[in-house]
Ligand binder design. Sequence first.
Ligand code: SF4
Length: 386
Amino acid sequence: MARIIDAPFSGVESGCDPRALNGAWGSLSAAAARGLAFTDEVRAKTDALYGKVKHVVPAVEWPAYAPLIAAINDLKRAKNAIVLAHNYMTSEIFWCVGDFRGDSLALAYKAAQTEASIIVQAGVHFMAETSKILAPEKTVLIPDLRAGCSLAASITGADMRLIKQKFPGVPVVTYVNTSAEVKAESDVTCTSSNAAAVVEWAALEWGSDRVILVPDEYLAKNVAAQTSTKIIAWRGRCEVHERFTAEDVAELRASYPGIVVLAHPECPPDVMSAADFAGSTAALQLYVEENRPAKVVLLTECSMSDNVAAAAPDVDFIRPCNLCPHMKRITLEGVYDALKEMKHEVVIAEDVRVRAKQAIDRMLALPKEKPRAFATGRLPVAVQLV
Ligand code: SF4
């Protein structure tokens, strides 16, 4: 199992804290290299923001982050830009420069609605593509072009065409963690918040007892355990969530009696089965906010715990340190450079964009509901793998 960080201020010496990896000290030199310093003016501009993250960002690190945060927020105002921050961003990005925060679904809604001229995606490449698909008239920037995703990389448009040839007439539901090219070959997209609902809708709409759900094999299996619709799946995996095991859950329960175990549906089915609650990042956050467990572990990307902990300081978080290396490509200095130099602009061929948008629009048109929890304690259900 990934090493447990059992302290919010594990800091540099943990060798594992995402803030240490991106680096408060890296940010300090990055700010200095850009002529930015922790002045009284910067302190005044950022004091209230520090109040939001003081439970997860040590005071000694704040002077490293604050100059970049102040400069980013000034640039946003000057350029009519917004930052869409995914739940897996480090807290100084998520809480201090993110204008809208949340999971892929929440950010997709915001991209479609915003009146800003520029969207900076503090997330990975497929998320920036989704924003561009929904808001083609906006300039969409991704701070680091290397911010990919193992799931998105697991399947191509050509793969999708072959799957559709193999299963004619079967609706294709595609997880949003895919490229625009893959979305363009899909009937409808889904996120982990609404996957089961979208699968059931597609089965009804297409009059089919089977639905193709790609590319995440584990998400497909976990959805299959929630619905009577038969699922045809692909063998993609999230490199972060696939590392969790049912033995990890048993070890956590033995080490921390009474701990509440929350799992993301990209985890293997036996992990979901052993958890107390399972759902998308939005559902996990809501669970903590509503139930305030004394001690909790989130079996998902590492920064999520920090971001939920910042808003729930009374909850004790045990932190399995599974980092997404792609998400961690996004840094404060990267966001600053993106806005200042207007890089890296996301471009999608118009015919691909239009077809991908149709699949996303079908999802967004479905009734908005509270993120659906996945039932835990269920036996794994077989799916047909392509
Ligand atoms: S956490 Fe997993 S699904 Fe999310 S971006 Fe990273 S590799 Fe992709």
